[in-house]
Design a protein around this ligand. Structure first.
Ligand code: SAH
Ligand code: SF4
Length: 459
């Protein structure tokens, strides 16, 4: 046991050193690969829970080999354990029946498998599965699995808890920004679906980063997750799509790195004034600059860009807008995904009816631009990003309020609030007694947005 602890400590120290020493990370050399895989461990483990155990998903195959060797295990056990975790999706070492009991115990004492706790799951009539996970610090994130008729499965995963970009029509934007997800938290969302599919003889084929958050504002962790989706789950870069609100310096960075991932850009309006009203990012990176970055991306990567276009009745769906969009995008290697607005509580816009959607696509076709209406999946379960979490956040707050009421009743006449910080606002932000973790509070989104922009400009 002492030997194991020493090993884990030295592993973590090695990782910490790697994290600080590595200024430019590339996927080429094995050292860099090792460092890059482990750079997240510092974050994941610090943030991965209070049990002091190592999250197995943050351990690369190479690292695990080192550990198993030190444990004097035969090398075939490495593959055996990893197969249980990645192919069979078990979340508990006790289920690994072909391992000796002593090894199972040793693993259970050192690692936990994953850090996501399923908070809610809804399954739509069309087979779309929507999940909310609660993280160790009570953050809520969402992921969606969409089955298609041709047997493919696409997972839509989150990159941040909340989002600071503030697009007015978006449920995630409306809830504020809480924190970046670690690469492991991003990766695990896909891993959960992947393992379940594999157990049924099916395969997760595609990933879209179109869940909560702005992936390019969490660039390093997203790219690390992409690398692991590729190496651990066998999902090719070309089957992974990153969707961005339009952080142009990061679009250029992505192009320069020639990461062969798909790029989707949320455009939604044709002129700066109107786009800025919907999407604050536009004030910093306006349309001409955005399209320049898109042209740069296409020139560098030879890849087609997808533009996302939400059809808001009377606002973004008129024939005139379609013509303007056609002129704007003419000649660019692109595709337009047209999707009727998903109504959200904080935005009064209405979705465009089907006839309007078809007409909009037809007009774009006249400019030689391919456009397809994106089917709205899981309509009956509110599968628009951020909607389920918004609902759960409300419940979280309610249960904390109830808990506080109960505690208040218990405490009255006794010693009162022992450790309260005295702000007494009853919004659940106070430190709870015992193990309770306070509810996450949104950062100042305008400040966070500015911070992101200035970091992007420097990168
Ligand atoms: N932050 C990234 C990715 C997450 S949002 C981005 O903005 O691209 C994924 C997509 O859903 C984006 O195209 C976004 O504009 C769109 N979207 C958000 N809220 C929507 C809504 N209520 N109706 C339709 N599309 C929406
Ligand atoms: Fe953030 Fe994307 Fe929502 Fe805009 S649309 S607030 S960038 S998640």
């Amino acid at each position: 046991m002492r030997q194991l602890l020493a090993l884990l400590v030295s592993l973590l120290m090695f990782r910490a050193r790697s994290l600080f020493s590595l200024s430019s990370r590339r996927h080429g050399s094995s050292t860099a690969r090792f460092s890059s895989a482990t750079s997240t461990i510092g974050q994941a483990d610090k943030g991965g829970g209070s049990d002091g155990m190592v999250n197995f998903y943050t351990v690369s195959e190479e690292e695990f080999k080192v550990i198993m060797k030190a444990w004097k295990q035969p090398s075939f056990r490495v593959g055996q354990v990893r197969q249980w975790v990645y192919d069979k999706g078990v979340l508990n070492f006790d289920e690994m029946k072909d391992l000796p009991l002593a090894l199972r115990q040793q693993l259970s004492q050192s690692f936990r498998i994953g850090s996501l706790h399923l908070a809610s799951e809804q399954i739509s009539k069309d087979g779309t599965k929507k999940r909310a996970y609660e993280l160790h610090d009570k953050q809520l994130i969402e992921s969606v699995l969409m089955p298609y008729d041709d047997g493919r499965f696409t997972a839509c995963i989150s990159s941040q808890a909340g989002c600071a970009m503030g697009c007015v029509f978006c449920a995630t934007g409306q809830m504020g920004f809480f924190r970046q997800l670690t690469s492991s938290e991003i990766f695990e969302q896909a891993q959960m679906f992947s393992a379940e599919l594999r157990a049924k003889g099916q395969r997760l084929s595609n990933i879209v980063m179109m869940g909560m958050g702005e992936p390019l504002a969490n660039y390093e962790n997203v790219m690390e997750a992409v690398r692991r989706l590729n190496t651990e789950l066998g999902i090719g870069h070309r089957h992974i799509t990153i969707s961005t609100v339009g952080l142009t310096p990061r679009i250029r960075k992505l192009a320069d790195e020639n990461a062969q991932v798909g790029l989707a850009v949320s455009l939604h309006q044709v002129n700066d004034e109107k786009r800025s009203a919907l999407m604050p990012v536009n004030a910093r990176y306006p349309i001409p600059e955005l399209l320049d970055a898109c042209r740069y991306y296409v020139a560098k990567t030879n890849r087609r860009i997808t533009f996302e276009w939400a059809l808001i009745r009377g606002e973004t769906d008129t024939p005139l807008t379609a013509h303007e969009l056609g002129k704007l995008l003419r000649g660019l290697l692109c595709h337009v995904n047209v999707i009727p607005l998903n109504p959200t509580k904080g935005f009064g816009g209405k979705p465009t009816p089907k006839a309007g959607v078809d007409e909009f696509c037809k007009i774009l076709g006249e400019y030689g631009i391919s456009a397809t209406p994106r089917t709205r999946r899981g309509i009956d379960i509110d599968a628009g990003c951020g909607q389920l979490s918004t609902e759960l956040k409300r419940k979280q707050k309610k249960s904390v309020a109830t808990l506080e009421e109960e505690q208040g009743a218990l405490a009255s006449g006794a010693s009162g609030r022992g450790n309260g910080d005295g702000d007494g606002d009853g919004d659940g932000d106070d430190e709870e007694e015992g193990d309770d973790v306070p509810l996450p509070v949104s950062l100042d989104v305008a400040k966070e947005r500015e911070r992101v922009f200035s970091v992007c400009d420097k990168s």
